[in-house]
Design a binder for this molecule. Structure first.
Ligand code: TMP
Length: 206
């Protein structure tokens, strides 16, 4: 049975997901919570395979969808275990990334939902929102510092589609929160903390 809290941070490439996940994890640790910080694609075998596929533009999008879903089955086992042990689990990306990215590649959402049957619902999903024109600059800077090749989704036109899906999903669910990620790191962090703190206080009171 789940005892912990499951938080997912989502957004387009360069929206600051990794940075904000780490800051949030530190915030929880300082408050005395046990935190498990994780991400997708995962560190497991399928996650590693996905990293190589992300460099390849000729992969059929259905294969991407299936591999992300398979990686998630493995990842979800770890997440469930941590939640049962009472951890706050913070994941950089989860199920919503498949909905946003793979549907933007033309895969129907109902099929993405079916193959992700074993994903578990997060308690809170934070969507970091910024225009691709802003985020792609960050991605290019990061890639040049780490001498990393461009991945296939790191394109402005494609990220516009992905952003639209994220925003439309965020408008449908009450536990999805959109945060303006064009601002500086600390301001974004403070807003995330405000949302999470409100949630934590509510569940510990109720
Ligand atoms: P990252 O840059 O956050 O490490 O993620 C790698 C890429 O994989 C990013 O462009 C988003 C994409 N992605 C999907 O297309 N579907 C998914 O389900 C996940 C988790 C990531």
């Amino acid at each position: 049975m789940k005892k912990g809290i499951f938080i997912v941070i989502e957004g387009i490439d360069g929206s600051g997901i990794t940075t904000q996940s780490k800051l949030l994890a530190d915030w929880f640790s300082k408050k005395g919570f046990r935190v498990f910080l994780t991400s997708e694609p995962s560190e497991g075998g399928i996650g590693k395979l996905l990293r190589t596929y992300l460099k390849n533009n000729s992969i059929n999008p259905a294969i991407d969808a299936l591999l992300f879903a398979a990686d998630r089955v493995e990842h979800t086992e770890t997440i469930k275990k941590k939640l049962e042990e009472g951890y706050v689990v913070i994941s950089s990306r989860y199920f919503e990334s498949s909905i946003a990215y793979q549907s933007s590649q033309g895969i129907p959402i109902d099929w993405i939902e079916k193959i992700n049957k074993y994903a578990i619902p997060p308690d809170i999903t934070i969507i970091l929102d910024a225009p691709p024109e802003v985020t792609i600059e960050r991605v290019e800077k990061r890639n040049s510092i780490s001498h990393k090749d461009k991945e296939k989704f790191e394109r402005i036109d494609f990220l516009h589609k992905v952003r639209t899906v994220f925003l439309s999903r965020a408008s449908k669910f009450s536990n999805y929160h959109t945060v303006n990620a064009t601002r500086d790191i600390n301001t974004v962090h403070k807003e995330i903390v405000r949302i999470i703190d409100e949630y934590v206080k509510k569940i510990f009171k109720g």
